[in-house]
Design a protein around this ligand. Structure first.
Ligand SMILES: C[S@@+](CC[C@H](N)C(=O)[O-])C[C@H]1O[C@@H](n2cnc3c(N)ncnc32)[C@H](O)[C@@H]1O
Length: 499
């Protein structure tokens, strides 16, 4: 059925600053996608609409969000922050993303893409004079970047992490009892046993057969059937980690940074080959470490628990350092579902969903998890009481946005973060610092200065804001031309009682 350009234009206009996809417009107008596509091409040639990232179309008037009356841009928040907090935004010039850890001993043991740079952590720990006798805390420990670096300097390292494969990675990387010779021997034995082993059951994930070639699937199931259980000692844990590290490289998937099918059909190693490679790398790093291990700190304490409920003794931590999940950022549970399922940490979609609810909020959160956060006047910072209603209005105006509780997700995110800040503050010694690497976001056509909000919420809870330094630029997934950033927020615990 044909559709008139004014109707298409009106449908795009209704979606406001958020934009709409061809499918959404077609549904709204009750016509076919091809007709809408044709209409949009014509309007685009006439300069009336433009296509943004993610296949969204918007009116050209909305292309420049910063020109709109209801849009507060990053620079305006930076000015306001400078005025209200008396802290100008600074710059950090060192490395920050995890990519720079790919080739580094220990850090390279598990393909985790959300970590931050080991070099950044090491530089910071050294400048804070962390060494034997100090205690370092990472409330979102991930794969253990901070813990490895803190131990390397002789410090006590404590981490909290909810994602079981990340806990495993952090524990194995910081385990002083893991002996390279014994590990190499047991890995060889495991591979020999796997070649003769029956096939273990498939994990519950629906797409398992699509994710792997037939030979890869057979070998993975053979390894799975001889894999030791969780908690059976240092070598057993290392054998399990090597299996986790085998999964994505032998699959048809990639993490870039979200887990998805690789558009390029590549030759993938088979699991037995890949497993042996992973073990060789780990053994190489362990063997090199044996020369300096005496100077390393005590075994890291990796709590498999929720950092909103940190229960460390007061004054027990010298420095906390972390990169929290970003607001509306990645769905960690989704991204590491292969590791969760194949290692038997999770046995059903219901369990995946429960884990997602326990994590700091992301936009795949089950709907019932935002129910208590839909009223916005309780938000932990006055800026949020302006930002959240704006998100709600933008979503309501469009109607077809994926979630109508988006403002509830953002609200819950900052409430979660406030709980973590509160727990860290209570554990820090006076003068101790909490350094967070955190980004800003563009959500539902609304700019959310996540870094500045983190600093402000910290200050309201009793921290002093030391600095906010922009470390690198990023691009919005929602709108490629919109520049976002990643910052280092440094807070400190003042002397005296916490309010
Ligand atoms: C950005 S990553 C941390 C990366 C880490 N710095 C590294 O280099 O490996 C954030 C981590 O926070 C974890 N997380 C989210 N909510 C949590 C919670 N409530 N308690 C503990 N960990 C949580 C996620 O599972 C994820 O691994």
């Amino acid at each position: 059925m044909a559709v008139s350009p004014p109707d298409v234009r009106a449908a795009v206009a209704e979606s406001g600053a958020l934009g709409a996809t061809v499918r959404q417009i077609a549904e709204r107008l009750g016509v076919g996608a091809a007709a809408v596509d044709l209409g949009l091409q014509g309007l685009a040639r006439a300069g009336e609409v433009v296509r943004m990232g993610r296949g969204l179309w918007i009116l050209r008037d909305y292309d420049h969000l910063e020109l709109r009356d209801d849009f507060t841009e990053p620079a305006a928040y930076a000015d306001r922050f400078e005025r209200e907090e008396r802290t100008p935004l600074g710059r950090y010039h060192g490395p920050i993303t995890f990519r720079s850890n790919d080739g580094l001993p220990f850090h390279r043991w598990w393909p985790y893409v959300q970590g931050y740079s080991a070099e950044f952590v090491a530089t910071l720990l050294r400048s804070a004079r962390i060494g034997p006798g100090s205690t370092v805390l990472d409330p979102f420990a991930g794969s253990g970047t901070s813990l490895v670096e803190a131990r390397r300097l002789g410090a006590r390292a404590i981490g909290y992490e909810l994602l079981a494969p990340a806990v495993l990675a952090a524990r194995v990387k910081t385990d002083p009892d893991l002996d390279p010779d014994e590990f190499a021997r047991e890995a060889g034995r495991l591979l020999r046993a796997a070649r003769r082993a029956p096939l273990a059951p498939m994990p519950f994930l629906r797409e398992t057969r699509r994710q792997f070639s037939r030979p890869a699937l057979i070998q993975l199931r053979q390894i799975r059937s001889v894999l030791p259980p969780e908690g059976a000692g240092s070598v057993a844990d290392a054998l399990r980690l090597a299996f986790a590290s085998t999964l994505v490289p032998v699959s048809r998937l990639r993490r870039s940074p979200c887990l998805g099918y690789d558009p390029v059909a590549r030759d993938r190693p088979l699991p037995f080959v890949r497993y042996a490679q992973v073990v060789r790398t780990m053994v190489e790093d362990l063997t090199a470490r044996t020369r300096s291990v005496d100077r390393w700190g005590p075994p890291a304490e990796v709590h498999s628990g929720d950092s909103r409920r940190i229960d460390l003794p007061p004054n027990s931590v010298d420095l906390a350092i972390t990169s929290p999940p970003y607001v509306n950022g990645l769905d960690y549970v989704m991204n590491y579902k292969l590791d969760l399922a194949w290692l038997g940490y999770v046995d059903s979609y219901a369990e995946l969903s429960a884990l997602r609810t326990a994590e700091v909020a992301c936009d795949n959160l089950p709907r019932e998890a935002t129910r208590d956060f839909l009223a916005t006047d309780e938000a932990p910072d006055p800026w949020l009481r302006e930002i959240l209603p704006r998100i709600r209005e933008n979503v309501a105006r469009k109607g077809t946005y994926r979630r109508d509780d988006m403002h509830g997700i953002v609200h819950r995110y900052f409430r979660d973060l406030a709980e973590v800040l509160r727990g860290v503050l209570a554990a820090l010694r006076p003068g101790g610092r909490f350094v967070l690497v955190v980004g800003d976001s563009l959500l539902a056509g609304t700019y959310v200065p996540g870094d500045l909000l983190t600093a402000r919420i910290g200050r309201r809870l009793g921290f002093r804001i030391e600095s906010v330094d922009v470390a690198r630029g990023r691009r919005s997934g929602q709108r490629r031309q919109f520049a976002l950033r990643e910052s280092i927020v440094t807070l400190s615990r003042p002397a005296g009682r916490i309010p």
